[in-house]
Design a protein around this ligand. Structure first.
Ligand code: UDP
Ligand code: MG
Length: 325
């Protein structure tokens, strides 16, 4: 490991991407060439940090071979699968670059575009995120749910979380340092970065199709991720349940007055069980919703209070073994 930190680190989380890696490495070499030609980079100015997130296929072996033979390429091997956001976190924590870029390893994020993101920073931006112009090869379901989710999140938060962006972005050292200091467990990294502030901007790109294989995100994983996003940055759902509670209590009180009136001043007092059932059902429903919301937050508080490390690194592989950390 050279003592001088590189100008740029590129963090790439990978999980079961064995078929994609040779092409990925080829494209990364194109990126390095562009940076050399356009930005006057030397070989030491860039480090590539693959984070192997507990892959079950031969991803580890393939990457280890590359990283042990190519200076500037590092493989951070996690002890098991921790998920996309924590894999990114591990990479960002370890990255030493003056700027840190994050991109997916499935070639949906074109590696060459990192050079454009890097150049854009020169205009005085601390964060340049890549904004998807179009999405190739994504299901209609994913397109619609993503569209709706980003707009809900925007309504719920007080600061700007850019719409239609993933984690494909570049950030300055000072933003990276703040991000590294944020140790929350349920991480919605693009939200955390938006929270940090400074000058941020977007640059449009065309999101490619996956080079090989399928998305690693099931519908339930996506839902969990969406909930992390919302609960990390807004207590609106908590408030929503109390509004709902207040509203139903208000109407309940009105209804009680009405029933009392019937009872005291009229003769048709015996109301069937219908009204009782309605009240019981509505209240029961409201209580369940409120409890569920509280549960969502509580489980996150519970997780956070354990204060565990976010991930465990098995080892870092590079040309000179054990030279990192
Ligand atoms: N990934 C990971 N850990 C996981 C799931 C995915 O490191 O548990 C990696 C994956 O290899 C890819 C990136 O994160 O490089 C994005 O994953 P994917 O393409 O499945 O997500 P999508 O593009 O569908 O949102
Ligand atoms: Mg993908």
């Amino acid at each position: 490991m050279p003592s001088k930190p590189p100008l740029l680190s590129v963090v790439i989380p990978v999980y079961n991407e064995e078929k994609t890696i040779p092409e990925l490495v080829k494209r990364l070499h194109v990126l390095i060439r562009i940076l050399k030609e356009k930005n006057g980079f030397s070989k030491e100015d860039i480090e590539i940090l693959f984070v192997n997130d507990g892959s079950r296929d031969s991803t580890f072996d393939v990457l280890k071979k590359y990283c042990e033979s190519e200076p500037g390429f590092f493989l951070l091997n996690l002890s098991r699968n921790y998920g996309h956001q924590l894999a990114i976190t591990a990479g960002i924590d370890t990255a030493r670059g003056g700027a840190v870029a994050v991109m997916d390893g499935d070639l949906q994020d074109p590696p060459e575009f990192v050079a454009d993101l890097y150049s854009k920073m020169d205009e005085g931006f601390d964060v340049v995120y890549a904004r998807r112009r179009k999405r190739e090869g994504e299901s209609l379901f994913k397109l619609i749910t993503a569209h709706v989710f980003y707009r809900i999140l925007k309504k719920l938060t007080r600061f700007e979380i850019p719409i239609d962006t993933g984690d494909f972005r570049i950030m300055s050292r000072r933003v990276t340092d703040v991000l590294v200091s944020m140790r929350e467990e349920h991480r919605y990294i693009r939200g955390l970065i938006a929270w940090i502030g400074f000058k941020q901007t977007g640059l449009e790109y065309d999101r490619d199709e996956r080079f090989h294989g399928e998305t690693k995100f099931s519908v339930s994983k996506m839902l969990g991720f969406a909930l992390d996003g919302i609960t990390s940055f807004s207590s609106a759902p908590l408030k929503f349940s109390s509004y709902l509670g207040f509203t139903s209590a208000f109407f309940g009180a009105l209804y009680t007055i009405y029933i009392l009136y019937l009872k005291l001043f009229t003769h048709d007092t015996i109301q069937g069980w219908t009204s009782v059932m309605i009240v019981a059902l509505v209240l029961g429903g409201v209580q369940l919703i409120a409890l569920g919301m509280i549960g969502e937050y509580l489980s996150r508080v519970n997780d956070q209070s354990k204060n565990r490390p976010l991930y465990v690194i098995e080892k870092i592989y590079s040309v000179k073994r054990n030279s990192k950390k």
